[in-house]
Design a protein around this ligand. Structure first.
Ligand SMILES: Cc1cc2nc3c(=O)[nH]c(=O)nc-3n(C[C@H](O)[C@H](O)[C@H](O)COP(=O)(O)OP(=O)(O)OC[C@H]3O[C@@H](n4cnc5c(N)ncnc54)[C@H](O)[C@@H]3O)c2cc1C
Length: 151
């Protein structure tokens, strides 16, 4: 099971309004966060029944998944638990998950430029946590470059 907070938030809200049905989108970010994290916990508590892909750039949600595995004494590399982030986004999270021994991959969209660029633009717009973390990620890259220069 791949868990995502969900793309196309604005498009879905507009479509629901136009077609006159209740919006399927959460009322606010806090509700999205609460239910995503609850979903991650529920899956981890039932790994005998499900395999899980935590597809998120949200640091808190990734930490929560790792903490939950530790709390339940489940190996971080359990074959039913995988993590993934988009190629070029949140590499610090991917790196740390890999370093901790988790199964983690980069999701690499490819195809004609007219399809891939709009796709990536939409991902960059919707990924609120990426926006907040980009400055931090750049800072970490600079710090690592300095470390390598002096080692
Ligand atoms: C490997 C991978 C596979 C993916 N596959 C899919 C897929 O199949 N289908 C799909 O739809 N998406 C997919 N995505 C995109 C995914 O939905 C976005 O990356 C995700 O929505 C961004 O959330 P986040 O968990 O990274 O965290 P954050 O950046 O913390 O959360 C942003 C998300 O929170 C929600 N949100 C933000 N503001 C509000 C608000 N005001 N009210 C309600 N909710 C709000 C939205 O869902 C928004 O996208 C995939 C992502 C990855 C990494």
């Amino acid at each position: 099971m791949k868990l995502v907070r969900g793309a196309y938030m604005e498009k879905e809200r507009k479509r629901a309004e136009e077609k006159g049905y209740p919006s399927p989108i959460q009322p606010d970010k806090a509700s999205s966060d609460r239910d995503f994290d609850a979903g991650v916990s529920l899956c981890i508590e039932n790994l005998d029944k499900v395999s899980l892909l935590v597809a998120s750039h949200n640091e808190h949600s990734n930490m929560l998944a790792v903490d939950k595995l530790k709390e339940l004494n489940i190996p971080l590399n359990h074959s039913h638990v995988n993590f993934s982030q988009l190629y070029g986004m949140s590499d610090n999270i991917t790196f740390n998950l890999a370093e901790a021994g988790c199964n983690v991959s980069k999701y690499l969209p490819f195809g004609p430029i007219e399809d891939v660029i709009p796709y990536l633009m939409r991902r960059a717009q919707e990924n609120t946590s990426v926006k907040g973390q980009t400055g931090r990620e750049l800072g970490l890259i600079q710090k690592e470059l300095e470390r390598r220069k002096h080692s």
